[in-house]
Write a protein that binds this ligand. Structure first.
Ligand code: TRP
Length: 366
């Protein structure tokens, strides 16, 4: 990233943080005026980074009475891989994690669906592609990072186009609230541009789309157990919701720390220890400084064991629920059936409005 782009990204982050505060206030006052859409790529089970970073935010919005759409972005998985092997199993794991974390997609207010099964949503991609330039797509910093991180030699065109598809995910249901991490802000900017440009280009009988807003999570971003990079499956540094207590303890014992026995909270000089303390704080509500002071020079081993215990206690109800859900026949299928039915209904209605605005709603008699 150039220096200039870095400054842009930082300014966008600050603006989004400020806007998130206002957005939360508006949601609290009038939840029924909002609709949430967010989603994940089905690349495997979810970990505690997802739980604290985004899942809890979604469950909170749902419980505040905001109508909630969660897209399982299955086509998006294909952007950086040549096959979709194992994808149906990943979708299943994802749905179970959502349900265990507290989403209630019972056909009334919360909907979970894979975008591959909502044809009218996908059809929005074609008009949307005409509203952005190749240069705009090529400048997207998140895409550049993804290409680099995946070490791709050849980059397929969907890698550049998927933010436009993501705009279709967001705009088909006229979402106002999009809870995301900061890496998704450039994509959300594209969605907003597309909404604005569509409304301008095709005023029709009034604006077709509402403006979507990013809602950034309030919790700190936790890093993986290596303490340096984002928690992620591919970096092998994650604790998964579906891990057992034993597995969790084992993973934490292997977490990277430093040579200083005395535990202090210093995110700059001691990022690994600080990260463990951040997680500790999230699950106990005690401050990082207090936890560090309690452990003192009992060392990182004591910190890890204490954290393993606290984290396991915190996750226990969710994990128990997950096992129950896993053993409920037909549950995942029924959840997706309800989600897909609603998403199709909403997407068809939006596509009709889009076609009308573009003067393409031909009345064709058969
Ligand atoms: N790009 C998102 C990710 O990689 C997933 C996603 C797809 C998404 N469609 C979305 C997120 C719409 C928010 C809104 O995590």
């Amino acid at each position: 990233m150039t220096e200039e782009q870095n400054v842009d990204v930082h300014a966008a982050l600050l603006a989004a943080q400020e806007a998130s505060v206002e957005l939360n206030a508006s949601i609290e006052k009038e939840p029924e005026k909002h609709r949430m859409l967010t989603g994940d790529r089905p690349t495997g089970a979810l970990h505690i980074g997802h739980l604290f970073g985004s899942l809890q935010n979604r469950v909170r919005l749902q419980n505040q009475g905001v109508e909630s759409f969660v897209v399982i972005a299955d086509y998006q998985v294909l952007t950086d891989r040549s096959s979709a092997d194992g994808i149906s199993n990943n979708v299943r794991e994802l749905v179970l994690d959502y349900l265990a974390a507290g989403l209630k997609p019972d056909g009334d207010g919360t909907y979970i669906f894979p975008h591959s099964h909502v044809p009218a949503l996908n059809q929005l991609l074609l008009p949307f592609l005409t509203l952005v330039s190749m240069a705009e797509l090529g400048r997207n910093p998140t895409i550049k990072e993804e290409i680099q991180a995946a070490g791709l030699k050849t980059v397929n065109a969907s890698m550049f186009v998927y933010p436009v598809h993501q705009a279709a995910d967001i705009l088909f249901c006229n979402a106002t609230v999009v809870p995301v991490g900061k890496d998704q802000l450039p994509h959300l900017e594209i969605s907003r541009k597309i909404a604005r440009r569509f409304n301008q280009a095709y005023p029709g009988k009034g604006p077709t789309f509402r403006m979507p807003h990013a809602l950034l999570s309030e919790s700190v971003m936790i890093r993986g157990l290596d303490g340096t990079s984002k928690m992620s499956k591919s970096r092998n540094n994650a604790v998964f919701l579906r891990n057992t207590e034993k597995e969790t303890t084992k993973l934490l014992k292997r977490a990277k720390t430093d040579a200083d026995r005395n535990i202090t909270y210093d995110p700059v000089k001691r990022p690994e220890i600080a990260n463990l303390l951040d997680i500790y704080t999230l699950v106990t509500g005690e401050s990082q400084q207090d936890i560090a002071a309690d452990i003192g020079d009992a060392g990182a081993g004591t910190l890890k064991l204490g954290l393993a215990k606290a984290l396991n206690e915190y996750l226990a109800p969710m994990r128990e629920r997950r096992v129950e859900l896993e053993n409920t026949p037909g549950l995942v299928e029924e959840t997706l059936r309800l989600g897909v039915a609603k998403a199709n209904e909403v997407a068809r209605e939006t596509l009709n409005r889009v076609l009308s605005a573009m003067d393409m709603a031909y009345q064709i008699e058969e």
